[in-house]
Design a protein around this ligand. Sequence first.
Ligand code: ADP
Ligand code: MG
Length: 385
Amino acid sequence: MNSTPLDLAAAFTERFGTEPDGLWSAPGRVNVIGEHTDYNDGFVLPFALKHSTTVAAAVRPDRIVRVASTFAPDEAPVTVDLDTLEEGGIEGWAAYPLGVLWAMEQSGYRCPGMDLLVDSSVPVGAGLSSSAALECSVAVAANDLSQAGISRRELAVIGQLAENRMVGAPTGIMDQSASLLGEVGHAVFLDCRSGDSRLVPLDLEGAGLELMVIDTRVSHAHSTGGYAARRRSCELGAELMGVPALRDLSVPDLAEAAGVLDEETFRRVRHIVTENARVEDAVKVLTSTGPADLGPLLVASHASMRDDFEISCAELDAAVEASLEAGALGARMTGGGFGGAAIALARVDDVPAIRSAVESAFAAAGFRAPVIFSVLPGAGAARIA
Ligand code: ADP
Ligand code: MG
């Protein structure tokens, strides 16, 4: 639940007995297009959400950090000494915020001790990166409170380091980049090789559109193994094609790849190569005719993930098919696959019909009811009080 800034400041005082020095907020993200391209040095196009995580923080005179969450109101704050904090040394949710402070110090910045209370409106585990929202809210707070002057781009790397090394999740740089670099009415085009990014106009409201998120609430058991297997296929494909990463292949190279690779590896490679092209095409569409024309790219992206990369599942396919049948301009699964969420781009007037079509399709198939809501491109991380 998201409290208002005033509530969170009051809750902080109740928890820690002092007033916070300030409040910092960082959004979750949704990826419009560019799936599994990040670890292939490719392109992604996420946007920052209006859903965000807020942290109230106050500097302490020592090196102690205490962190609490409104998600665990009855838990005592997790308390650590920054001088004894070690890689992988924190279990559970506190590994995200404490990992950020650890990663800042690993990167050569000194953090003061501090008290932190976090609160969030980002749905957890729905593929909207509540984890990056949490990391980035703490990162901007710690950056301000320590007066370290760290750039947004480096803060994203610090968030990723926290997630990779303190939490132990092998994630890329997309989520933190979107959370830190996003702006209202824009998506973030990110080159995962160079780390360069560019804002791309995405005025959904102005175009009379909504981006619906359909959270299937399923997480299939083979998702971790499936992710690792896809990464291996991509590495193998790049090696056999003699390139550093699949990013270095383009669509015309696929003819040669078909002769070199086994049938399955070829299809994995074709997904990455065509997906990178679709991200670039999406940027062209957004900077020329606008978001209403993204539909065919979303549909092609889904087909590629379903047939070539084989990371969709019955629930995601049902969400996409029902959305399209009910008038969505485009739809695709988003995130790592094997469950999680789909997105559907729709005219505002068509949203209720699409929602009920998806709900009926899920009920008819005997699936658990999905959670459906709309998202808009919001601002990147910032101090809010
Ligand atoms: P996603 O990032 O897709 O939402 P993850 O599994 O990567 O899912 O991250 C979710 C985890 O992040 C939660 O299980 C929890 O440990 C942590 N988390 C996110 N937001 C909060 C919060 N407001 N308070 C405490 N923990 C949080
Ligand atoms: Mg996450």
